[in-house]
Design a binder for this molecule. Structure first.
Ligand code: HEM
Length: 149
């Protein structure tokens, strides 16, 4: 019969000094989960149900949202929390299922690199978004003229 290790037993007999990152990762999943419920359902409610709802979503709608620091920070917070949450969750799955040490390291590195890349890219998009690039009063809609004209 195979004995399953005590799930609460530390990986090594003597734990390394320093912060217990695995514990902080576990706590981060719970804390970010609570915040993500508020951020994601707030996002869905405002975008899909308020006013014209889903029919009101167009370029001008996005431009209007990103003209306000409140929605910039809302979206950036959602981006950071969800990407770190998703990458850390995938790290847990990779650690659970990938037994080859080298492959596991490569996959976990790839996860963090992908998350970091998307965080940098997404943050830049939100904070540098300029709806008036290439603005042309001849062809622009009334809403865009209202913002850029
Ligand atoms: C409504 C918002 C969310 C809540 C409340 C939530 C909550 C949680 C919690 C508590 C865990 C830990 C489960 C465990 O340790 O057994 C978890 C794991 C995970 N979450 Fe989320 N999460 C949310 C959104 C997301 C999003 C947006 C993503 C993707 C970007 C994501 C991806 C993952 C992954 C990959 C895991 C690991 C699953 C596993 O260990 O089997 N979650 N989530």
């Amino acid at each position: 019969m195979t004995a399953i290790a005590d799930p609460r037993a530390p990986r090594a007999a003597v734990r390394r000094k320093g912060p217990n990152l695995e514990k902080w990762g576990w706590m981060y999943m719970r804390a970010s989960g609570v915040l993500l419920v508020v951020l994601i359902f707030g996002h869905l409610f405002v975008n899909l149900m308020v006013g014209e709802g889903i029919h009101g979503i167009d370029f001008a709608f996005v431009a209007g949202k990103y003209a306000t620091p409140f929605w910039q920070w809302w979206d950036v917070l959602m981006l950071w929390l969800a990407l770190i949450h998703g990458a850390n969750g995938m790290r847990t799955i990779v650690n659970d299922y990938v037994t080859h040490n080298g492959t596991r390291r490569v996959l976990v590195w790839a996860l963090w690199l992908a998350a970091a890349f998307l965080i940098v890219l997404g943050t830049l998009v939100v904070f540098t978004f300029d709806p008036c690039i290439g603005f042309d009063a001849e062809t622009a809609s009334d809403v865009i003229i209202g913002i850029c004209g």
